[in-house]
Design a protein around this ligand. Structure first.
Ligand SMILES: [Zn+2]
Ligand SMILES: [Zn+2]
Length: 378
């Protein structure tokens, strides 16, 4: 099969063609796996982190790509959940041990044996890939292959950020954490037994004030989800660019200001989707007592790290304020987000490239030449 591979970590400023087109043997599905004929694969910022070594592949050569849509071509032995011809998506979560405490709790994104698609195992910048049937997610019919691909990363992680901000579980019964538990997971249950979203806390949520700092792909999907789930909730957006602030207001934000602007009221939770530190320090200032800042970033950049010296304990952290990062995604995040995205529906704007032009797509992403989500058509 044809695949675009990364052979080593490299600097995109000096090397504008980090990936090489090669022909490699077709993968063969083993026990529990399905073989997928890839149709589309989204191009994500995390690929830039992999290429430039901030989160490097665990081996080389590596086929990148973790927003994969395709049809099942062949079933490996023991597969029961899918049939040949089914359309499925594959996200950042490729596999986890299934046995450890985190896996048993449904937080397999924290598993010590977590494997990421396109970083630890060959991903979707290729004609075929294999994956365990549990991590091949059915794609709702409302989406085309092109539309579904970019949802599989930014959308699912945005959904997890909302969970971690506590917005699904802010009623008194579930908000109280178990002080003996090392892992704070009162928000793990977001789906109700009848498979609807947990809106039990609607009344509470209408009075909540949520902040979003940074307003890129993930944040704008988060805003759309929140507006759909809890239309009355007030959302405050901090963004550097005027155009982003206008876009946030168009999508229903109650207020939009610059990173350092004071919102009209203090906030219960803030989700940070920026790659830098200034918004973290600034956001902490505007949290209510007991409020939580959720950092949704796989890596933070070093460029403004000295801004952390602005941290003033009484103003930024005192009064039981919390900081929580978002790591990877669990299978339930992808499944539940796809259902929610179809319900809203969220239809991303996409820009298509042939597989052979993956380097062009990556370079344009690096240079922030963004007109919609970039998707490889294979
Ligand atoms: Zn595990
Ligand atoms: Zn991604």
């Amino acid at each position: 099969m044809k695949a675009m591979v990364l052979n080593a970590v490299t600097d995109l400023k000096e090397n504008v063609r980090p990936l090489t087109l090669v022909s490699i043997p077709d993968p063969v599905p083993v026990q529990g796996e399905v073989l997928i004929r890839v149709s589309t694969c989204g191009v994500c910022h995390t690929e830039l982190d992999e290429i430039e070594g901030r989160t490097p592949p665990s081996r080389f050569p590596m086929v990148l790509g973790h927003q994969v849509v395709g049809r099942i071509e062949m079933l490996g032995p023991g597969v029961t959940k899918h049939h040949p011809g089914d359309r499925v998506g594959i996200a950042w979560i490729y596999s986890a041990c299934g046995k450890c405490r985190y896996c048993r709790e449904g937080n397999e994104n924290l598993c010590p044996d977590f494997k990421a698609t396109g970083r630890d195992v060959f991903g979707g910048y290729a004609e075929y890939m294999t994956v365990h049937e549990d991590y091949a997610f059915p794609i709702p019919e409302v989406f085309t292959d092109e539309e579904a691909a970019p949802l599989l990363c930014a959308g699912a992680i945005g959904y997890r950020s909302i969970r971690l901000a506590g917005l699904f579980g802010l009623d008194p019964e579930v908000r109280i954490p178990d002080p003996g538990s090392r892992c704070f997971t009162p928000f793990a249950v977001t789906m109700m037994p009848d498979n609807s979203f947990n809106r039990k806390s609607d009344i509470v949520n209408h009075k909540l004030h949520l902040g979003l700092t940074g307003f890129g792909a993930s944040a704008h999907l988060a805003l759309k989800m929140i507006r759909h789930l809890w239309p009355e909730m007030k959302v405050y957006v901090f963004a550097r660019n005027q155009s982003e602030r206008e876009f946030a207001l168009e999508l229903g934000a109650a207020w939009a200001g610059d990173t350092t602007d004071a919102p009209p009221e203090k906030l219960d939770a803030i989700i940070d989707t920026t790659p830098v530190w200034k918004p973290v320090v600034e956001a902490l200032k505007y949290l209510k007592p007991g409020g939580r800042l959720v950092i949704n970033a796989i890596r933070k950049e070093e460029i403004d790290k000295e801004y952390l010296l602005h941290l003033h304990y009484p103003e930024h952290l005192w009064m039981e304020k919390e900081i929580k990062s978002v790591a990877n995604v669990a299978g339930s995040d992808v499944r539940e987000f796809l259902k929610l995205a179809a319900e809203i529906p969220i239809k991303p704007e996409v820009q298509l490239y042939p597989l052979e032009d993956a380097n062009i797509a990556l370079l344009e992403l690096k240079q922030q030449k963004i007109r919609g989500a970039k998707v490889l058509k294979i």
